[in-house]
Design a protein around this ligand. Structure first.
Ligand code: COD
Length: 320
């Protein structure tokens, strides 16, 4: 059985505010949802898929190197006769076939397997047969830092948008807020992260943060309380916010952390996992179906949690 999030570790305050734990949400998956996996020839991917199938959460269709998939199934003790496997000659074809399975209605969810992130994202963004909706697609990480905070956090974007400009950042905020709403948090608190908590005109990203914060105040971005720039400590620690004298409903209580670029977000995400032992799930929002986008080196439990998150979003029809 895969290691999943602890069902008992639910902060009563967070629950009252509507933000359940990821584990409790996983327990709400009704399933099964049909998942198209691109380049499934990977043991963590197949392990997670197998466990999710046994839990009744998913019905997978595996695209990729059929011979390798069968060998890995054999090594893991998985019966391949229970799986639909479609051979693909290379990663690009596996990505295209998996995306087409989603757009043709054969699958409800897309999942990245053992291939380059850019390869599958280019397939998703394909103008003729991809999963575009006219919105910006962005990655949102859902994480639980056990022993430190008894609530979920969302962080974006550490995996898709490389150097988002102001317009892209606004959509990144909106996609994260949509995910928080889908998870039951009615009015998430969004912190626009920076190295400082004052607006320094020499730091263009902090200026963007201040603009987005003001757009939130004016109701131009709805359904959330937004503040920034905020440094990470002031965003999540009441004490740090108090010491700095920051008066803000978001400071010390942020649910959503927005970073300036992919490098900050990716290092943040991997620091959580490698130094913080956090439980995480990752998803692409804004496409025509939920997409599970995890790193190739991510653990089986991260992949399982991400599949469960995608199932919940597919069930609720809330992913764009
Ligand atoms: N949402 C919607 N449309 C988009 C997005 C987006 N996030 N990004 C690009 N597009 C559209 C553009 O408007 C344009 O029409 C077309 O796609 C091509 O745009 P380019 O030229 O910017 O796209 P690419 O193919 O050069 O790059 C898109 C990628 C997503 C591949 C690129 O941004 C990328 O490599 N991102 C990082 C992925 C990665 O390596 N992550 C690693 C961490 S796991």
């Amino acid at each position: 059985m895969t290691e999943t999030l602890d069902f008992t570790n639910i902060d009563a305050v967070a629950s009252m505010r509507g933000l359940l734990s990821l584990a409790r949400l996983i327990g709400q998956v009704r399933g099964p949802k049909r998942v198209a996996v691109a380049a499934a020839e990977d043991d963590h991917v197949l392990g997670a898929i197998h466990n999710a199938r046994l839990e009744g959460m998913i019905q997978p269709i595996l695209f990729g190197d059929e011979a390798k998939i069968r060998v890995i199934c054999f090594e893991l003790g998985i019966d391949p006769s229970k799986l639909e496997i479609v051979n693909a000659k290379d990663h690009a074809q596996a990505a295209e076939l998996a995306v087409r399975a989603v757009t043709s209605g054969q699958a409800d969810i897309l999942m990245k397997g053992l291939l380059d992130t850019a390869t599958i994202l280019r397939a998703v963004l394909n103008k003729e047969w991809g999963m575009r909706t006219g919105k910006l697609l962005s990655h949102v990480l859902v994480f639980e830092a056990k022993g430190k905070f008894n609530r979920l956090f969302l962080m974006s974007d550490g995996a898709m948008n490389i150097e988002p400009d102001l317009k892209a950042k606004i959509e990144i905020v909106q996609n994260s807020v949509a995910l928080a709403h889908a998870l039951g948090l009615e009015k998430p608190k969004v912190a626009m992260l920076a190295a400082i908590e004052v607006v320094n005109p020499d730091m263009s990203t902090a200026v963007d943060d201040a603009i987005i914060s003001k757009m939130g105040d004016r109701g131009q971005i709805k359904g959330a309380l937004i503040d920034g720039p905020l440094a990470l400590d002031n965003a999540v620690s009441e004490e740090a916010a108090r010491i700095k004298g920051i008066v803000s409903p978001v400071a010390g209580h942020a649910d959503i952390l927005i970073v300036d670029n992919i490098d900050v977000g990716n290092v943040f995400y991997k620091t959580l996992v490698y130094f913080g032992d956090a439980q995480v799930a990752g998803i692409i929002m804004g496409a025509s179906a939920p997409m599970v986008l995890t790193s190739r080196a991510d653990s089986e439990s991260t992949k399982f949690n991400s599949i469960a998150l995608a199932c919940i979003l597919a069930e609720r029809g809330k992913f764009k």
